[in-house]
Ligand binder design. Structure first.
Ligand code: ADP
Ligand code: MG
Length: 983
């Protein structure tokens, strides 16, 4: 105590005088003192201190900080986060709107107007520029704010000890002195001094550039001078733990951490620009060239006609500005961001914007079984003993007790279909479901025999359960309100629950059989072991997949048959074995890992049921309807996987499972084509090691599939990256997997992927709508001008009018279109081919038809007014401008659907759109009456009759496009919908 007090006082000289913390060492230790100060902590070489001293310095009691103390320190040290890369401020976004060649031209035009004394024109162009920039800024900041909101949903959670209990908190709320537990796949939330470590390695490439994970050890001794890469006693914020387990003491948080010092953002995967936006930008450039070519022709024509230079200049600028769909890339970004937002509401978080588009093209989902297709709430309902045959585990009167009864259906008994595990799946019960409810007793042959098990068999079951408890990495905990909470792998939890129901507890067992060493479970090994001291000396306790465990024992044929039979009915089968060990525990562990340990006794098998997620069969059906294939990837036995796949509708009767090893072999040495085809078609990939997932993804992509792959472990990261769309689990997933993924499912649910695909398709459809609107209206303007030029009429609209037209009809309405809800049937057609261009045949046709119609009719009206009715050029323009505004407003309703009638879509489904259209009309009519504006625009009020007549003409465009959709589009669509679906 004295020594501690000394250190405390040297470490915190400032508190000597306070007379509170300084003279009462016990108070400091219990955390009620003032606690550590920031500057002192920053100067300490934590890596060189031993663990105990580090804990003292941080006033961190063994049981963790108290909630009060944590709150106090949170005040003092601030949130554990790095300063965000600030999104560009409004000012900067606003200024960026002006960095665009079209804008430069307009600016030049404004200056030129000033120069020649046309002040009103200059002011008008200035106003257009300003409005344009405001609209652009609003749109961009909208996209940005939804991206920010998503970032906040990506927060890392940490397991921390507080008040003697383990809790989960936001990593942001960690404070120095907190004790944090980490496991494989976690990312390190703060700089930690290790207190305990087990087979621990850390990937510190973010800090050191070293890509190979380095070993970490709580007990290592490290020099004060050691560089970051050599600090084996530390884990650093922002790095990742691919292997092992640790308990660490938070010593620096937020900006004080090593990453904080080098100020690199942890958020990773920045938004790259979606390929779709890039493609459309390129398209915009091409259109710009065409428009500029057209403008050049018109300019020459005007010159030949002898028009004034300034007039021609302004006209050229205006036509270019209004016909080039410059707003396209921004509108597309908005459409995709909106898709992302809608996906988030459906539990799908999109990390990279391009994935929104990608989801729309997805042709195949390769999904993990456990946790995604099933509820990951494993319950042991069957036990097979070498001597006593098979036993059912049921609940008695008291749910907390297991009722063991002989299972009447021996292997090979026919007619069990009705009983199959399907009948026992009550749907998701949540992890750690206490079992009893998971089995629906009654109505089967076994029921007749309610006889209890004989004493010897009961003892065998207990012995098997003991091994399952000793070789276990999970824990059951009773919460304050008497509920049982489970932590750890669900297989482990299932054994803990079984033990509990048999009146056994891991804690009690460990007292009698202290653990000497263990081999933790790894997917690749498919087994786990522990080595415990017992009355009869050192004992090995092994549990794992039957193929992994049976070779270690002298198993009988009969037991192998049991494995096949139980697997075939959808049970996950694990084998348990035990036996005495000669020599050291560590040596035995090594031999087991190298496959040299043998001579164990097989205690028996257990069959576990994992309830299906109830939403999945329906989701699978929707996928098939949408032409999206579904495959299962599992580490389980092929028969188990296949049986569950059948229940979910993923596999049919004749389908076969393929093993991960087969896929790997195929990938390595490119076998014959038919083998490849078989692998590609198999609905179930079983006994897949995480590393083999990459080969599976590759094989599927080679068939031309656009693949979404789910994953949660560290080893899944490469497959997630290779997939067209990597999908990580938000709950069960590791941080590593989440960072590698494009999408994160916050509810780990397969059905959410399907909802994501639906939203992806909707977003893409909306992109097409925006493209249609912007390009056809631009085309209409070009057509109008060319006709006037060809028939030697004056310019239909002057520069200012053109700019006005563009402003009131395109500025916001394109974005409003992006808000369209999905059309019915988006999930009832095959996915669009990945290489299908936006400008496919239908788009070209509908753009041409609508653009030509508007251009030709508008020209006709312009001609008629002047040449038939003898109106002045000025009056004809006034009417024409109003007509064009009406045309473009009406056309928006056409663009709401490429297939459906505009009248079939409820107006209230997109109030924003209705609002922008009404506003455009209101603003234009207002402009006719506003003295200053009406002069610049050269417009004058029109009569109601005139307005109605023009509306009638504009509305004829609706009829035109209705006809087009009915005669041209819908028959085509029906033809493709009937074509066989891909995948
Ligand atoms: P999945 O992805 O289907 O969960 P895993 O790779 O986790 O598959 O597991 C593969 C096999 O390893 C399982 O079929 C089971 O036999 C065995 N196994 C799973 N969890 C454990 C565990 N905690 N202890 C021992 N063996 C296990
Ligand atoms: Mg598993």
């Amino acid at each position: 105590m004295h020594a501690q007090q000394d250190r405390q006082s040297t470490a915190r000289p400032s508190h000597q005088g306070s007379g509170k913390g300084g003279d009462n060492g016990a108070g400091v230790g219990s955390g009620s003192g003032p606690g550590p100060e920031r500057d002192q902590l920053d100067r300490i070489c934590w890596h060189a201190l031993d663990a105990a001293t580090a804990a003292e310095r941080l006033d961190s009691p063994q049981a963790g900080l108290s909630a009060d103390e944590a709150a106090r320190r949170r005040e003092r040290f601030g949130a554990n986060r790095l300063p965000e890369e600030r999104p560009p401020g409004l000012g900067r976004t606003f200024l960026r709107q002006f960095t665009n060649p079209l804008i430069y031209i307009l600016l030049a035009a404004a200056l030129a107007s000033l120069f020649i004394g046309a002040i009103a024109d200059a002011v008008f162009i200035g106003a257009v520029l300003l409005l344009n920039a405001i609209i652009g800024t609003v749109q961009e900041s909208k996209a940005e704010s939804s991206a920010q909101a998503l970032k906040s949903m990506m927060t890392v959670r940490s397991r921390v000890l507080r008040d003697g209990r383990e809790e989960e908190v936001d990593a942001e709320d960690l404070v120095p002195g907190d004790r944090v537990r980490l496991g494989a796949g976690d990312s390190v939330p703060a700089d930690l001094r290790l207190l305990e470590s087990e087979d621990l390695r850390a990937d510190e490439s973010l800090l050191t550039g070293e890509s190979i994970p380095v070993e970490k050890d709580a007990d290592a001794s490290v020099d004060e001078e050691a560089g970051v890469g050599e600090r084996r006693t530390m884990l650093h914020a922002g790095t990742e733990v691919p292997d092992g387990r640790a308990l660490g003491l938070v010593c620096r948080t937020g900006q004080a951490t090593e990453v904080g010092r080098i100020a690199r953002s942890l958020t990773g995967a920045g938004d790259t620009e979606p390929p779709l936006v890039i493609r459309l930008r390129a398209l915009t450039h091409r259109i710009a060239l065409v428009v500029l070519g057209a403008v050049a022709l018109l300019v020459i024509a005007q010159l030949l006609r002898g028009a004034g230079l300034t007039e021609i200049f302004f006209f050229a600028v205006a036509l270019a500005v209004s016909a080039i769909p410059a707003g396209l890339p921004v509108a597309i970004t908005v459409a995709l961001s909106l898709g992302r937002h809608r996906m988030a509401e459906r539990n799908v978080i999109v990390r990279r914007l391009p994935a929104v588009e990608g989801l729309g093209t997805c042709t195949l989902i390769a999904s993990d079984k456990t946790g995604t297709l099933t509820a990951n709430g494993l319950t042991i309902t069957r036990i097979a003993l070498p001597e006593a045959g098979r036993i059912r585990v049921e609940s008695g009167e008291d749910e907390r007790q297991a009722l063991l009864r002989p299972d009447q259906e021996g292997p090979g008994v026919e007619g069990l279909g009705a009983e199959g595990p399907g009948g026992e799946r009550p749907g998701a019960e949540g992890p750690g479901a206490e079992g009893p409810g998971a089995e629906r007793p009654g109505g089967e042959g076994g029921d007749a025999d309610t006889g209890e098990l004989d004493e010897a068999a009961q003892e065998s079951v207990r012995q098997l359960a003991r091994t399952g408890l000793l070789c276990n990495e999970g824990a059951l905990r009773e919460t304050d309100d008497g509920e049982v909470e489970a932590v750890g792998d669900t297989v482990d939890v299932a054994f803990l629950v079984l033990g509990r129901r048999l009146g056994l507890s891991r804690r009690e067992l460990l007292k009698q059989h202290p653990e000497q060493d263990r081999v933790p479970f790894k997917s690749k090994r498919r087994l786990a072991a522990s080595f415990n001291q017992g009355g009869a000396g050192l004992q090995a306790h092994v549990k794992g997949a039957a193929e992994a465990v049976l070779p270690l024992c002298d198993a009988t044929e009969a037991m192998q048959e049991q494995v096949d039979e139980l697997s075939g009915r959808g049970f996950r089968v694990l084998a348990l074995a035990a036996g005495p060990i000669e020599g050291e525990a560590a040596e035995a562990a090594r031999r087991l890992e190298e496959g040299e340990l043998g001579g164990l006794t097989l205690l028996g098998l257990v069959g576990l049921i994992d309830p299906l997620r109830p939403e999945v069969p329906e989701a699978v059906r929707r996928c098939h309807e949408a032409g999206v294939g579904v495959r299962m990837i599992t580490g389980d036995h092929p028969a188990t996987g296949l049986s569950i796949a059948r229940e979910l509708g993923i596999a049919g009767e004749g389908d076969q499972a393929v093993t991960g090893a087969e896929v790997q072999a195929q990938a390595d040495q490119a076998q014959q084509d038919d083998a490849a085809a078989r692998l590609g078609r198999a609905p179930v990939y079983a006994r897949v090691e995480p590393e083999q997932k990459t080969a599976i993804v590759g094989a599927l992509q080679e068939q031309g599939q656009y693949v979404a792959v789910t994953g949660d472990g560290v080893n899944d990261a490469p497959a997630l990256r290779k997939a067209n769309i990597g999908v990580a689990m938000g709950r069960a997933g590791t941080d590593v997997a989440r960072r590698a993924a494009d999408l994160i499912l916050t509810d780990d649910n397969f059905a959410s992927i399907v909802n994501g695909i639906e939203q992806g398709r909707i977003a893409y459809a909306n992109v097409r709508k925006v493209v249609w609107l912007l390009i056809s209206t631009g085309a209409a303007e070009i057509v109008l001008f060319f006709l006037a030029f060809a028939l030697d009429l004056p310019l239909p609209l002057d520069a200012v009018q053109l700019l006005w037209l563009n402003l009131v009809t395109n500025g916001i309405q394109d974005v409003a279109l992006a808000f369209e809800k999905g059309e019915p049937g988006v999930l009832k057609r095959p996915p669009r081919p990945t290489d299908q261009p936006i400008f496919d045949r239908r788009m070209i046709e509908q753009t041409l038809v609508s653009g030509l119609y508007m251009g030709v009719v508008a020209f006709g009206v312009f001609y008629w007014l002047q040449h038939v009715w003898g109106w002045s050029e000025h009056d004809a323009r006034n009417t024409l401008l109003l007509l064009m505004v009406l045309f473009e407003n009406v056309h928006i309703f056409n663009c709401r659907s490429e297939e459906r009638s505009a009248f079939a879509i409820p107006l209230r489904a997109n109030l924003l759109l209705i609002g922008t259209v009404a506003a455009a009309q209101a603003v234009h009519i207002l402009a006719m009456y506003l003295p200053g504006l009406s002069d610049v625009l050269e417009v004058a009020p029109v009569s109601l009759m005139e307005w109605l007549a023009l509306l009638g003409i504009a509305a004829s465009l609706l009829l035109m496009m209705e006809l087009f959709k009915a005669l041209r589009v819908r028959p085509q669509a029906r033809a493709t919908a009937n074509a066989p679906a891909a995948g």
